[in-house]
Design a protein around this ligand. Structure first.
Ligand code: FES
Length: 390
């Protein structure tokens, strides 16, 4: 708190702090307070940006167009020569430009900043609470893994508490029980909460020094990235818009070094943590020796598992609700990690760098992988082509 105050933030510590509405038996009195905060509606904010963009004469937006490579070509030396960037799509189209920005959660590449991040699954629920029963504030605890509460309006009768946390590394832990844990944690503290109306999970990319990577990609001058948001994507997204625009236009920006994806100093400060994370990530290749199921017959409809018979390559097997079996190679197209079945999201999650694929179609829903899981049978191929066409 002291450092925050020195930086001019409205920050203080109150050992007797009590949140209005926290009437349960668990007493976690005391906490740091950051004043002068604002909240805004993320969807309205994004719609506002999109509506503004649509009015710009040189703006085009292509959805459902998967990019598979962003390459910088040419030579620039001592102010001579020039480089250009080619962005290629899965369907064989390409766009050539002077600069490109990969604002894709995680850049579509093998390594570099990928190994300087931890990839976390995170969970959230929305619980009703009668209007006027909670003080409007955002609270975090300092547990590991942490929980937080946000507050939003619901209807004339109730408001919502959005409770989140219980994070774990993607594909490395069973997601079971996380929603229940969040619900119980809340009921123990806020006795007036009623129903759980919504529950969902998401993904967070945490950089090794907890600062986002915004700027030119490592080893490149004209390809820019914005990633490693560490749970602050709306803030970082806004910073990235300003910072990358300045860098492309050659304008000074005081924050360029702080967010530079090639920064080493702050990353090296956490070298032991980074090495430990890398070792732990590489250990995930142990799944080459593991099998989740011994027989496809054992799968209940709507579930999946990896079948590894030892000498042949591991298979990701999904049995749909009609009992039809869909089989894919279990090897992640990124760097050959063996995927895991996520029974909560019905997806295949890679424990190495957290790419994710749909359960039935094996379609890549999150990078750094650029391609889908390889279908091993006709059912899987059909599911994939239907999903791609649809
Ligand atoms: S091996 Fe890198 S995401 Fe799967």
């Amino acid at each position: 708190m002291e450092k925050s105050s020195k930086l001019g933030l409205d920050a203080s510590f109150n050992s007797e702090l009590a949140i209005g509405g926290w009437d349960g038996k668990v007493d976690q009195r005391g906490g740091g307070i950051f004043g002068k905060q604002a909240t805004f509606h993320p969807t309205k904010y994004l719609n506002g940006i999109l509506n503004w963009l649509k009015k710009q004469s040189n703006f085009d937006c292509y959805t459902n167009t998967r990019v598979i490579s962003v390459e910088e070509k040419g030579i620039e030396l001592l102010g001579l020569g020039s480089k250009e960037v080619t962005v290629s799509t899965e369907n064989g189209h390409s766009v050539t430009c002077k600069n490109a920005v990969e604002a894709t959660c995680v850049p579509l590449q093998k390594l570099s900043v990928i190994v300087e991040m931890k990839f976390m699954r995170t969970y959230a629920i929305a619980m009703r609470i009668p209007k006027g029963s909670y003080e409007d504030c955002l609270i975090y605890d300092s547990e590991e893994p942490y929980r937080y509460i946000r507050f939003t309006a619901c209807d004339e009768k109730d408001d919502y508490l959005v409770i989140g946390g219980c994070d774990h590394k993607v594909g490395q832990e069973d997601p079971s029980g996380r929603f229940e844990e969040l619900e119980q944690w809340t009921r123990e503290r806020f006795t007036k909460v009623t129903s759980v109306d919504y529950a969902w999970s998401g993904q967070v990319f945490e950089s090794d020094d907890n600062v986002a990577f915004i700027g030119p990609n490592q080893g490149q001058k004209h390809v820019f990235i914005a990633t490693g948001d560490t749970g602050n994507g709306l803030t970082h997204g806004t910073i990235a818009g300003k910072l990358i625009a300045d860098e492309i236009l050659g304008r000074e920006n005081a924050w360029a070094n702080l967010y530079n994806p090639s920064r080493m100093l702050s990353i090296l400060k956490n070298l032991p943590g980074m090495v430990a994370n890398d070792v732990q990530v590489n250990l995930q290749y142990k799944r080459f020796l593991q099998s989740d199921i011994t027989d496809i017959e054992d799968l209940v409809p709507g579930s999946g598992g990896v079948l590894n018979k030892g000498l042949s390559k591991p298979l990701a097997v999904y049995k749909d609700y009609d009992g039809k079996v869909h089989t894919f190679s279990a090897l992640c197209p990124h760097m050959k990690g063996v995927v895991c079945w996520n029974h909560l999201e019905k997806s295949w999650d890679c424990p190495v760098h957290a790419s994710r694929f749909s359960g039935k179609g094996g379609l890549c829903v999150m990078g750094p992988a650029k391609g889908n899981l390889n279908p091993e049978d006709e059912n899987a191929k059909t599911a994939q082509s239907i999903a791609v066409e649809g």
